[in-house]
Design a protein around this ligand. Sequence first.
Ligand SMILES: Cc1ncc(COP(=O)(O)O)c(C=O)c1O
Length: 387
Amino acid sequence: MNPATAAPLSLAATDGTNVPFIRLDSAFPELFAELMETVERIASQSAFTLGPELESFEAAFAEFCGTGYAAGVSSGTAALEIALRALGIGPGDEVIVPTYSFIATAEAVSTVGATPVIVDVDPETALITAEIVEAALTERTRCVIPVHLFGRPVEMLPLLALCRARGIAVVEDACQAHGALYKGRPVGSFGDAGCFSFYPTKNLGGWGDGGALVTNDPDLDRKVRLLRSHGEAVRHNHELATGTHRLDTLQAAILEVKLRYLPDWNQRRREAAEALRAGLAGTAVIPPAPAAADSDHVYHLFVVRSGERDALRDHLDARGIASAVHYPTPIHLQPAYAGQKLRPGSLPVAERLAGENCSLPIFPAITDEQIAEIVAAVESFETAAVS
Ligand SMILES: Cc1ncc(COP(=O)(O)O)c(C=O)c1O
């Protein structure tokens, strides 16, 4: 979840609602105490950038992702941008991105000077497919960014086959999918690079901004490390002029603690999603399609569809159930991409989803009672709608 406005996002444990949209680490007192000790340890060492704490988290995260390398960076957006730069993508190149994503997916392409080619998504999964990508290929296509949106893995094998055959790079946007599996392997490990966000609300979130870039390619990893920190591999020797895009040591230490809990948290998200899906069957909303048999969804978000989305949200709000919309405006209709001249109606699947989608609360600390309250509130919306 990202802030709807530029105002600071309050992630308070509860705000008076029966079911908040999310609860973070304060929901788990033991974890919270461990994290506070971690903060104190790092602060007392005065070790705030790079160093062994960061390396230790990077090794643990690479192992979690099943990749040879992981480099901590300052955000998921920075991970995407650095991945593209490390692959040599820039002006004159086209990069295919889905319109149904957070803006950062396209933004990273724009900030390296390449052209985002913004495409529609599959109506069932809200993800891009090899067929959609194939229809958008040109001689200038250099890269594709599949987004494992809401925690659901993209069908990677056909996409990789299409891209490999044409020498097109694949950068996975796994910012919402830490630990999701496709054919038994973690997402992020399939493409040339996988990009993760540790924004606080993500399945693995820090206490501030952060991100990581994973890869199996040692040369790419080396370039990424140069690009994230002043082009400097040897102290005071700057091979590239690149700026500061590091993951703070404090964040890395916090994330390493939380990574140990992530498999259990993802499991709880899956259980909650199954309970919601079962409870919502036969109500006025359409629950998200279950994951494909060979995939493991991690439900960063549980997004239902309703033709009366705004009325549904008002109804939930009146019953103390928080909700959100991801995303109300597809990327091609954002003011930042007006120059692309993609008018309303040009990418119809995403435009319809944007008008119907409603994200219901899902988080590891959600209780069975809260799930029952959500289901009851949606059921009464149906009753209200027909009476
Ligand atoms: C799909 C997707 N891509 C990229 C990002 C960018 O991550 P960050 O907010 O860490 O820059 C996000 C985070 O919101 C995301 O959800």
